[in-house]
Design a protein around this ligand. Structure first.
Ligand code: AMP
Length: 283
């Protein structure tokens, strides 16, 4: 595995791969890798023949009161894992090379970004779309992989690819979960024992929703009410949002119909966790 921090070096290397007609697969991450990241990497490895992973904790996507400083960092362990999973190139840039002191250009998607997590985390998605645009311009991938765990983010990336004519094809991979069904996340490390135990309520609520849809409940409000009950029982939980939306574009729906997204954001103590399921309802 080649590891580089240098943008000119990566451009030179990848230009060569392109000339050799390699299919460049790309998985952007913020490091502290877990099995969720590795599932994207394994999928990308199968479908491409030159695999690039980036590790960059993007300051632009963290709000002023968020966890940028304490975000977990473990580059040694990450490098080992990436080697083991057959990654060809690790791009591990320095923040001051990505955002030079005179940096003044931002990429903003203005529709899907306004909703759900966009409301709770102003500026977050602009940070994401700006860094992904930069990384796509540096790596020029043919295929790039994102997790359903951050479904809104994946939809926004798909939208900027369409709107700005990027060549990359975006693939969305399923959510990898712990044994008790909590979605894997680097932020799970912040949870204390009690919070960790109570965080199971997220999946229990999603599971209840799935069951209600299967039993032909058509009213999203009724489903959300039941989900709330499950989560609110937990003393350390504070709901940010529970929403049921059209999966295609996260538009509001009055009735359960077609492919739907059920998304949850909940604080356990100070840690904000997100999760979702996507269901194709029968009618
Ligand atoms: P992050 O390092 O948190 O920016 O995540 C990098 C990529 O991994 C994103 O596309 C995430 O959606 C994806 N990802 C994070 N957690 C999971 C998970 N539990 N299952 C699948 N993909 C995930």
């Amino acid at each position: 595995m080649i590891t580089t921090k240098s943008i000119p070096k990566i451009k030179k290397l990848l230009g060569k791969s392109k000339r050799n007609r390699k299919i460049i697969g790309f998985v952007p991450t913020m490091g502290a890798l877990h099995k969720g990241h590795l599932s994207l990497i394994d999928k990308a490895k199968k479908e491409s023949n030159f695999l690039v992973v980036s590790i960059f904790i993007n300051p632009l996507q963290f709000g002023p009161s968020e966890d940028f400083k304490k975000y977990p960092r473990n580059i040694k362990k990450d490098k080992k894992l990436l080697k083991k999973h057959g990654v060809n190139l690790l791009f591990y840039p320095q923040a001051d090379k990505i955002y030079t002191p005179d940096f003044s250009t931002f990429v903003q998607e203005k529709e899907i970004s306004k909703k759900l997590c966009g409301k709770s985390r102003p500026g977050h998605f602009q940070g994401v779309t700006t860094i992904v645009t930069k990384l796509f311009n540096i790596v020029e991938p043919d295929l790039s992989y994102f997790g359903q765990k951050d479904y809104q983010q994946a939809l926004i990336i798909k939208k900027i690819v369409k709107d700005l004519n990027f060549a990359a094809k975006i693939k969305i991979a399923p959510i990898v979960r712990e044994k008790d069904k909590l979605a894997l996340s680097s932020r799970n490390a912040y949870l204390n024992k009690k919070e960790r135990k109570e965080s199971r309520a997220i999946y229990q609520a999603l599971f209840q929703a799935k069951k209600m849809v299967k039993d032909k409940e058509k009213n999203p409000k009724k489903i959300i009410k039941e989900m709330k009950k499950i989560i609110e029982k937990k003393p350390t939980a504070k709901i940010d949002y529970i929403e049921i939306r059209k999966a295609k574009n996260l538009e509001k729906i009055r009735k359960i119909k077609g492919k739907i997204f059920i998304g949850v954001a909940v604080y356990f103590g100070k840690t904000r966790l997100i999760d979702n399921i996507i269901i194709q309802s029968k009618t």
